[in-house]
Design a protein around this ligand. Structure first.
Ligand SMILES: Nc1ncnc2c1ncn2[C@@H]1O[C@H](COP(=O)(O)OP(=O)(O)OP(=O)(O)O)[C@@H](O)[C@H]1O
Length: 279
């Protein structure tokens, strides 16, 4: 696999009223075409900031992002983003939401009939053929997320960026969508960067788990290559030694090497001293 996407020594400072705040420091990562990469780390460490820089929504203060030899400065259809909350237009049907993106990307390249086939094909990939003409308020949360994924896939992006795509879903719906995503990725060989807080999700889906240190000045602490064979079956893997080894590697990083910053702050807080008591 050749190198496809390079996050090259990326640092970013956000302006604040107390001066620049360094959120990321020297984030360096090479991703091959067709690789599925998860970003995991405690809340506030900078996962979304990494994704936003790759999406071109933020520009790095130092370093940069190179996709297929071209530096990324701004958002583009070659990098489609799927957010935790579907972000569908509520007045449009599932079909029309996907159509909007397809028209934008393939204007002048696909005929009307080709576009229709393409939209239907992508909605079929996420098992939404039965609800093409339903609006977001007429379908469940999981179905909305499916449409969001279809919309992103239909853009044929070079990289699919997913910011906790299943975070708002119940466990069963989440499992179904993870399985769908694995099938689609197997078929299309998409390059994916996904943010997750879920260790099992990271191990099940990824080729590479990128574990981030706590901020400020967060960076990559460790990268775990997950070499489990595909297709992967969640039930069979539950008792698999190798799977559980990967899982414990991530847990150790998160809960031993990088303790939750909220807990650390809690410990560091000065004890409240009652009046008259010595500190
Ligand atoms: N536009 C901004 N301006 C100032 N600070 C920001 C901005 N965006 C993010 N930050 C800060 O950068 C750090 C990283 O934030 P980010 O949202 O990337 O973390 P995260 O790991 O995605 O968090 P979570 O898991 O809770 O979504 C945080 O301290 C956050 O407050």
């Amino acid at each position: 696999m050749s190198q496809y996407l390079e996050i090259d020594h990326v640092s970013i400072d956000f302006p604040t009223k107390n001066g620049p705040f360094r959120a990321l420091n020297g984030v360096d990562l090479k991703i091959a075409k067709g690789e599925f990469v998860s970003l995991i780390g405690h809340s506030g460490c900078g996962k979304s900031t990494v994704l936003n820089i790759v999406a071109g929504l933020y520009n790095a203060t130092e370093g940069g992002v190179v996709l297929e030899g071209k530096e990324v400065y701004q958002p583009g259809p070659d990098r489609a983003v799927v957010f935790q909350n579907h972000s569908l237009l509520p007045w449009l049907t599932a079909y029309q939401n996907v159509e909007l993106a397809v028209k934008e990307v393939f204007k002048g390249q696909k005929s009307k009939a080709e576009m229709k086939d393409w939209i239907e094909h992508n909605l079929e990939l996420v098992h939404m053929s039965h609800a093409l003409h339903k609006r977001p308020d007429e379908i469940s949360g999981g179905m909305k997320q499916r449409v969001g994924i279809a919309r992103a896939l239909a853009m044929q992006p070079k990289v699919l960026l997913m910011d906790e795509p299943f975070g708002a879903l119940d466990a069963l719906t989440r499992a179904h969508l993870q399985d769908s995503l694995m099938e689609i990725q197997q078929e299309l060989n998409n390059t994916v960067i996904m943010i997750t807080h879920d260790v099992d999700e990271a191990v099940l889906l990824s080729d590479k788990i990128v574990m981030m240190t706590n901020g400020p000045a967060a960076t990559i602490g460790e990268v775990l290559d997950v070499k489990l064979e595909r297709p992967r079956d969640r039930v069979a893997l539950a008792d698999d030694q190798e799977y559980n080894h990967y899982r414990s590697q991530v847990l150790k990083f998160l809960y031993e090497r990088q303790r939750n910053p909220a807990q650390a702050t809690e410990k560091a807080k000065p004890k409240l001293v009652k009046s008259g008591e010595a500190a």
